[in-house]
Design a protein. Structure first.
Length: 97
């Protein structure tokens, strides 16, 4: 885990807004990130590695963007496919927990 943003805490602290728990986890694999940046540094604008955890009535909702959608183009195909497979494996483990 490279970073964690507690959105609810940040909103409470700065503008004084109460909201349900929401966290953004920067789960970038440094190797994947480096490979993507070596292909095209502009991918740093949309890192395909954030995991969003949101409190919902019956537990926690997890959202993960598909790297294949965030990094389109033939130059990213192998990397995006590999990252997608790994993220899907994480989802399977979390769902089974």
């Amino acid at each position: 885990m490279l970073a964690e943003i507690d959105v609810a805490a940040t909103f409470k602290e700065k503008p004084g807004i109460d909201r349900s728990p929401l966290k953004i986890l920067g789960a970038c694999n440094p190797d994947f990130a480096n490979r993507a940046l070596n292909i095209d540094p502009s991918v740093s604008f949309v890192p395909p590695c954030n995991v969003v955890l949101e409190s919902v009535a019956d537990g926690t909702h997890m959202s993960i963007a598909d790297p294949r959608e965030l990094m389109p183009g033939n130059q990213f195909a192998d990397l995006a496919d590999e990252a997608s497979r790994r993220l899907m494996a994480v989802i399977a483990v979390v769902k089974g927990a």
